[in-house]
Design a protein around this ligand. Structure first.
Ligand SMILES: Nc1ncnc2c1ncn2[C@@H]1O[C@H](COP(=O)(O)OP(=O)(O)OP(=O)(O)O)[C@@H](O)[C@H]1O
Ligand SMILES: [Mg+2]
Length: 231
């Protein structure tokens, strides 16, 4: 059994993660590589149900730890049902957000003690850590303005063809998008901090550049760090 590559996209709201995850998937598929494009929270039928609950803008106030456990539950199912089987088949798994988002949203900028999140990550992620994490960096104001304009995100678990389907997103900001600017500025700091602490795994790309330019930076990171090792 050949292990595939596990690539994650991280960063604040509206930075361009979904756009770039999709573009990378399409480019790799154009080279006849087997790709699974997926996302968090969600990515498996059970986890997508939890996603609806977690992101519901009408959800009443609840304990931060309860929320962190929901994320962990969704991730455990996503890993078992989708990510590990795909990697086991030698596929390239591209995941739009993963455990760094939990570290930052719930820990660094949130209300759950980082040591609790570390323990959950050990239990849930185990050794299925990303081989490469692309941090799409953008000032919070710009990302939020873009997110407010956006109408769709990819939701494909495993694209059946070279085209990745899109799904209407709706008009309401989700629970996290709706938080104040200070929260979003802290998210940005947190993602940059992770990239500084784990330079072997993480690459920062400038989300303010055009989508083509960002895609080029992503492709350079992927080919330099992963595909050359693979060939
Ligand atoms: N480099 C870019 N320049 C300008 N606009 C962009 C760029 N990349 C993406 N966009 C647009 O910005 C909006 C947000 O992009 P996208 O949905 O990819 O961000 P995201 O990081 O996935 O956001 P979220 O965290 O909310 O899921 C979309 O309307 C997209 O078309
Ligand atoms: Mg997105």
């Amino acid at each position: 059994m050949t292990a595939g590559w596990f690539i994650t996209f991280e960063g604040g709201e509206g930075s361009g993660k979904s756009t770039q995850a999709k573009r990378l998937a399409e480019r790799l598929m154009a080279q006849s590589r087997a790709v699974t494009l997926t996302r968090e929270p969600g990515g498996s039928p059970f986890a997508e149900r939890l996603r609806l609950l977690i992101l519901d803008p009408g959800l009443e106030k609840h304990a931060p730890l309860a929320e962190a456990l929901l994320f962990a539950s969704a991730r455990a199912d996503h890993l078992e049902q989708v990510i590990r089987p795909a990697l086991g088949e030698g596929r390239i798994v591209i995941c739009d957000r993963f455990s760094d988002s939990t570290r930052i949203y719930q820990g660094f900028a949130g209300h759950v003690e980082p040591r609790l999140l570390e323990a959950l990550e050990l239990i849930v992620v185990q050794n299925t850590k990303p081989d490469l994490t692309i941090v799409v960096d953008i000032p919070a104001e710009i990302g939020l303005a873009r997110a407010a304009l956006r109408l769709s995100v990819p939701t494909a678990v495993t694209p059946p063809s070279e085209k990745v389907p899109k799904q209407p997103r709706g008009l309401l900001a989700d629970r996290f998008e709706a938080r104040d600017l200070g929260f979003h500025k802290r998210l940005r700091e947190g993602f940059l901090e992770i990239a500084r602490l784990e330079p072997q795994r993480c690459v920062i790309v400038d989300g303010q550049k055009s989508a083509d330019e960002v895609a080029h930076e992503v492709w350079t990171a992927v080919t330099t760090r992963l595909l050359t090792e693979a060939s």
